[in-house]
Design a protein around this ligand. Structure first.
Ligand SMILES: CCCCCCCCCC(=O)SCCNC(=O)CCNC(=O)[C@H](O)C(C)(C)COP(=O)(O)OP(=O)(O)OC[C@H]1O[C@@H](n2cnc3c(N)ncnc32)[C@H](O)[C@@H]1OP(=O)(O)O
Length: 205
C-alpha cells in the first residue's frame, strides 16, 4: 500500500514532532515493562493507566496498517515500518544513512525488547534489521525491490547494546539486485547477510 499524501515539509515536521515523542515514550514503556520489579499494586495501577491511554488513542484511528506514504515531492513516510517507523514503538528505530557510493549504514542500540539468547539479540531481529537495510540499499531510486532470498550467517551471538549495520550492492542482473551486508558490535562482525532483491512485475519497465 503506497499512498500519496498531499502535504508539505512543514506539515511533515509537525506530524513528526507530534507522533515521534509518543512512540519514544511507548518504547520506554516497553523496556520498563520488561525490566520493572516494582510493587504488584503499582503494576496493576500502571496496567489500568495504559489501558485507559490506549482507549483514548483508539477514539479516532485509521482502518488497518499505516502503509507507506509519499508526498508529491517524493518524501517517504514509512512511519509504521517495523525497522524505521517513526510512529512504531516496536521499531528501534534505525536512522539509515546513504553514502555517495550507495552504501547504506546505521548505528543503533537494541535493548531488552529485542532479546533472544540471554543478553543477546534474537536471531530473527538480526534478520529483520538486515532485511530492511539491504532492501533499502537495493532500492536507491523510486523503484521498490522486494526481498526474494535473504541468506544469513550468524558468526557469533550479537550482544544487546550499541550496534552497527552496513550494506552495499554487489551486482545487478536484470530485475535482480544482489546486496551484501553485515551486523557488527564493537568487536567486529556478528552476522553476514546476502540478499537477492527483485523488482516486482508491476514496477518493471
Ligand atoms: C522504496 C521503498 C524501499 C523499502 C525497502 C524496504 C525493504 C524491505 C524488504 C522487505 O521486507 S520486502 C518484503 C518481503 N518480500 C516479499 O514479500 C516478496 C514476496 N515475493 C514477491 O513479491 C515476488 O515473488 C518477487 C518480487 C520476489 C519475485 O517476483 P516474481 O515472482 O514475479 O519474479 P519472476 O518470476 O518474474 O522472476 C524474476 C527473476 O527473479 C528470480 N526470482 C524470483 N523469485 C525469487 C526469489 N524468491 N529468490 C531469488 N530469485 C527469485 C527468478 O528466478 C527470475 O530470475 P531470472 O530473471 O534470472 O530468470
Amino acid at each position: 500500500m503506497f499512498t500519496l499524501e498531499d502535504i508539505d515539509g512543514v506539515e511533515i515536521d509537525r506530524r513528526a514532532a507530534l507522533y515521534g515523542p509518543l512512540a519514544d515514550a511507548v518504547r520506554e514503556l516497553i523496556d520498563a515493562t520488561i525490566r520493572t520489579e516494582t510493587d504488584a499494586d503499582v503494576i496493576r495501577d500502571v496496567e489500568a493507566t495504559v489501558r485507559a491511554a490506549t482507549t483514548r488513542l483508539r477514539d479516532r484511528q485509521i482502518d488497518g496498517a499505516y502503509g507507506v506514504r509519499f508526498t508529491p515531492d517524493g518524501t517517504g513516510m514509512p512511519w509504521g515500518n517495523a525497522v524505521v517507523g517513526l510512529r512504531n514503538p516496536i521499531a528501534p528505530p534505525l536512522d539509515i544513512e546513504r553514502d555517495e557510493d550507495g552504501r547504506h549504514h546505521s548505528r543503533f542500540t537494541l535493548g531488552a525488547a529485542y532479546e533472544g539468547p540471554p543478553g543477546h539479540v534474537h536471531g530473527g531481529v538480526c534478520a529483520l534489521v538486515l532485511d530492511h537495510l539491504l532492501g533499502m540499499t537495493a532500492s536507491p531510486g523510486d523503484k521498490p525491490n522486494f526481498t526474494g532470498t535473504l541468506t544469513l550467517r550468524y558468526r557469533r551471538a550479537t550482544p544487546l547494546g550499541p550496534l552497527h549495520a552496513e550494506a552495499r550492492i554487489d551486482r545487478v542482473e536484470g530485475v535482480k539486485t544482489f546486496v551484501v551486508g553485515t551486523l557488527s558490535d564493537a568487536e567486529g562482525v556478528t552476522v553476514e547477510a546476502e540478499g537477492v532483491f527483485i523488482t516486482p512485475a508491476w514496477a518493471r519497465d
